[in-house]
Design a protein around this ligand. Sequence first.
Ligand code: 3NM
Length: 215
Amino acid sequence: MDNKYLQVYFILGSNNATQDPLEILEQALKGGITCFQFREKGTNALMGGETKKQLAIQMRDLCRFYDVPFLINDDVDLALEVDADGVHVGQDDMSILEIRKICPADWIIGVSATNKEEALQAKAEGADYIGVGPIYSTNTKEDAKQPIGEKGLLEIREALSSIPIVAIGGIRLGHVMQLMKSGANGVSVISAISHALNPEQTAKVFLSHTNYFFL
Ligand code: 3NM
């Protein structure tokens, strides 16, 4: 997987949105996000069915228009149904090996890891990228583990060598430089963009901060 897709990786579910999620997503796309993950999890999340599917289809269409990869969190069946570009799975979700048996050959599969052992296993199983976190404390994920900090990220980077890593959890603009210096190829955020007064402008600034490491 090309590292450039991880640069500003936006995640959103209907329950993270204080306004129309499609409006937030379109603004973030206009601002230059490089990857998007549809994640319906936690309190007030859509529990599957037609509403979730219709939202996924509309989000997929927006991402296609802006030529940004569209991934779905955990729900492999939905990702297959709506022809997503891949999935992101946690440690307790379907394994990469099972997913690879049933998904298109070019699917992107990302895996969450909080420590070196989980990250090394995901790499060995063929993950395209690893989501490392939570780096800082976050209110967005109800069952988030203890934050591992920039030091934890650096340790995982050193253990993994070159696989693409995106940092996640409590990330704000001011953290970006240090995270990239600690081995991240990009940053993944929910609330920093979804709760921003101006999601487009915020995405743009995230992009400019990370551009420094890509140019
Ligand atoms: N996964 P925010 S932390 C979805 O540690 C998610 O794996 C995490 O939201 C992990 O940017 C997290 O608002 C929440 O903190 C990220």
